[in-house]
Design a protein around this ligand. Structure first.
Ligand SMILES: C[S@@+](CC[C@H](N)C(=O)[O-])C[C@H]1O[C@@H](n2cnc3c(N)ncnc32)[C@H](O)[C@@H]1O
Length: 226
């Protein structure tokens, strides 16, 4: 399998967080005097993927995209879409995709809190939501994208029995997510250990946690059949 030499793509200075307004749905914001990722109603998949087909996999908050890119590289028969709110992270991923001539992967500058109307219902096999920004201060909880509304949108786009995968190293985030999943009610869910985790590729943050011996949880949520 092809391997990518990432040192060919020097990283620009990328801030830890985007402008805080980007964590809120556009419809909640007043005025238009700021740069906000376009809220899309429809897309032409052929602009993103060479086979013109829609994605099968979605990585929400793909960060620097290691997991997204490597997954696409390993599975050229399916298309992989990532959402990321930090624009220069998306530009960097774009550089790698162009440089390596990858045809089945796209990182989109997009804030997941706006829903994703442009993705057809019951079309995705898997959605990944890995190591979200924790926003541990109570006054920052509202910046967390994970909510019953986001779950409803993930539930809509997943195929029957499609799966949502979660990882976090922050206990409060885990509790917060669990509460939302229970409230939503449309998923069967379970914590899983290494032996039951069927994903071989690691994310940037997962690698970091493993390197520093930081414990984290893994959870798989399966869409219940209607
Ligand atoms: C801690 S990083 C984890 C990145 C990657 N998933 C990983 O495991 O290495 C969380 C990412 O989610 C992105 N993010 C936060 N809120 C978002 C939103 N509303 N829409 C899209 N991306 C978001 C952040 O910019 C950041 O890159």
């Amino acid at each position: 399998m092809k391997t990518i030499d990432y040192t060919k793509y020097p990283l620009p200075r990328i801030r830890h967080h985007a402008n805080p307004i980007l964590y809120f749905p556009l419809k909640q914001l007043r005025g238009s005097n700021f740069e906000y990722p376009p809220v899309l109603k429809s897309v032409k998949w052929s602009d993103f993927f060479s086979d013109g087909k829609p994605p099968s996999y979605l990585d929400i908050g793909c960060g620097l995209g290691r997991f997204l890119i490597e997954s696409a590289l390993k599975d050229s028969k399916h298309n992989y879409l990532g959402f990321e709110v930090r624009r220069n992270a998306v530009s960097w991923i774009d550089g790698v995709i162009q440089g390596e001539r990858l045809k089945n992967v796209k990182a989109l500058w997009y804030s997941a809190v706006n829903g994703f109307e442009f993705i057809k219902s019951s079309s995705l096999s898997k959605v990944y939501y890995f190591f979200p920004d924790p926003w541990v201060k109570k006054r920052h909880y509202k910046r967390r994208a994970f909510s019953v509304e986001l779950l409803a949108e993930i539930h809509r786009v997943l195929k029957p029995s499609g799966k949502l995968y979660l990882m976090t190293d922050v206990h409060e985030v885990d509790e917060f997510q669990m509460a939302a999943i229970s409230k939503h009610g449309g998923f069967d869910f379970a914590y899983v250990d290494d032996s039951k985790w069927d994903i071989k590729i690691k994310t940037n943050q997962e690698e970091f946690c493993l390197l520093k011996n930081i414990p984290f949880i893994r959870m798989v949520c399966r869409k219940k059949r209607d």
